[in-house]
Write a protein that binds this ligand. Structure first.
Ligand SMILES: NC(=O)c1ccc[n+]([C@@H]2O[C@H](COP(=O)([O-])OP(=O)(O)OC[C@H]3O[C@@H](n4cnc5c(N)ncnc54)[C@H](O)[C@@H]3O)[C@@H](O)[C@H]2O)c1
Ligand SMILES: O=P(O)(O)OC[C@@H](O)[C@@H](O)[C@H](O)[C@H](O)CO
Length: 420
């Protein structure tokens, strides 16, 4: 749907994934930047609701409860539909963003490729940018590769090289699932007030000549994106995952419950973030100072301690095998610490806790259990983390598993939940 002139919107942005981050962060930010936002989702009931409602509220999960943001000027389209192809081809559409989960990018790529091919015919020389707003490194690169797999003709590839920007980014705002009250709008979301969206300026096309940006307030551009992505993924997401899996072991249901456990969890999460940070500062010298990074850690821990954000450890711990990826929040910082010969004991606790995570509703947690049952824990550590038996990393994880066995027993002795 092109932007409706009566709405005052300058342009259209298409956002794949009308879930927590879509409705709670990127969508609202683009609406405020004067875009008409078209949410594309496979959930047809959600798309119907989006098209039924003229507006929704973004509620702030903060102690002082700031006034909610009122969001309007959006519509919905079913992902993969002809309408979506048309929307992408419209000259007025200047931006495509996603927040569907990194593993889903390959499923949205065919629709993007189809829309771009049509755009080449219909909107000729008008540029468009694509940004995958997912946790992980190089998510937009992954999307780009997937899109190119659906281009059969060299001419189309050349046109896309010239007119389509693909920019990686780091996206940060904690948005847990939100249950609206009975009389509230089903599209309403609840968010923390903190937000950070850092985008790789090198990947974008058609920046404004005067501001050298896309003029989207809230989108910060950098040419040091890998440092920002690793700072966020290897600090916030590392600490978040560590708190979630340790919380599970201690029978604590939410991140708030986990992080406020000062006897066991808090010192490990803080330690893991600091260990990870020591390697980050070595890897990206001059981008962040030591004091700046310590302040980042403190700020992040403060966000975890926000009692108004009720975030289940099962959401934060979702898809544990993805989180054990080589360039992901748990193994990535341990590998960096190994490279710089830095301590990694607390990081190893996070990895060990991930291997002890059990949740029958999470297929990847089930796979971990099956693997451990099948090959035994020592081999499972090798296979699931990539650290060879006898390496420093492997030894640290085995030691951490022994410590955590003790934590588990202590918890069981306390009736299945260890508070404080
Ligand atoms: N929630 C957060 O706190 C947060 C913060 C930063 C980054 N992220 C990242 O944002 C991404 C989305 O997370 P979320 O929490 O919003 O998840 P979510 O489950 O709330 O939303 C994902 C949405 O994508 C839709 N979807 C699935 N397949 C699709 C397809 N093929 N086409 C279009 N839509 C499709 C789903 O129906 C759902 O509405 C993830 O990569 C996550 O890591 C989340
Ligand atoms: O979305 P995931 O599964 O990669 O990670 C779970 C949480 O750590 C994550 O969603 C955070 O809430 C978010 O990254 C905060 O910006």
């Amino acid at each position: 749907m092109p932007s409706d002139p009566s709405s005052g919107a300058k342009h259209t942005a298409i956002h794949f994934g009308a879930g927590n981050i879509g409705r709670g962060f990127i969508g609202p930010l683009l609406v405020k930047a004067n875009f008409h936002v078209v949410f594309a989702d496979v959930n047809t009931q959600l798309i119907d609701k989006i098209n039924e409602q003229a507006s929704y509220e973004v509620h702030y999960l903060e102690p002082r409860k700031p006034k909610p943001d009122h969001i309007e000027n959006f519509s919905g389209v079913v992902s993969g539909s002809d309408q979506l192809e048309r929307d992408i081809s419209e000259e007025d559409t200047k931006l495509i963003t996603t927040s569907v989960g990194i593993a889903v990018l390959k499923h949205v790529a065919p629709a993007i490729a189809k829309g771009l091919k049509r755009r080449k015919k219909e909107a000729g020389q008008s540029t468009i940018n694509i940004i995958a707003c997912e946790n992980g490194q190089g998510a937009t690169d992954t999307l780009k590769e997937e899109v190119y797999k659906h281009l059969e003709v060299d001419e189309d590839k050349k046109w896309i090289d010239e007119f389509v920007g693909f920019a990686n980014c780091s996206v940060d705002r904690i948005v847990p699932p939100f249950e609206p009250e009975e009389n509230e709008n089903p599209l309403d979301v609840g968010v923390e007030s903190f937000h950070e969206w850092v985008v790789d300026s090198n990947g974008l096309k058609g920046l404004s000549r005067s501001t050298k940006s896309l003029d989207i307030p809230g989108m910060k551009l950098t040419s040091d994106l890998p440092a920002y992505v690793q700072r966020k993924l290897y600090t916030l997401n590392c600490g978040h995952a560590t708190a979630a899996y340790l919380g599970f072991i201690l029978g604590l249901p939410t991140i708030y419950d986990a992080i406020t456990n000062t006897s066991h969890i808090y010192p490990v999460v803080l330690g893991a973030m600091r260990e990870s940070g020591a390697a980050l500062l070595k890897k990206f010298p001059g981008v962040f100072s030591e004091q700046e990074h310590e302040a980042y850690i403190e700020k992040t821990l403060g966000r975890f301690k926000n009692s108004n954000v009720v975030d289940d450890v099962t959401r934060v711990g979702r898809q544990p095998l993805r989180k054990l990826g080589q360039n992901e929040r748990l193994i990535g910082p341990m590998t960096s610490c190994g490279e710089y010969n830095l301590p990694m004991r607390n990081l190893a606790m996070g990895v060990a806790a991930t291997l002890m995570y059990r949740n029958d509703e999470d297929d990847q947690a089930k796979e971990i259990k099956e693997k451990v049952d099948k090959v035994g824990i020592e081999k499972a550590v090798e296979d699931l983390t990539g650290f060879k038996k006898g390496s420093k990393e492997w030894e640290e994880i085995i030691n951490a598993l022994n410590v955590l066995k003790g934590w588990k027993e202590e918890t069981e002795n306390q009736g299945g939940k260890m508070t404080a």
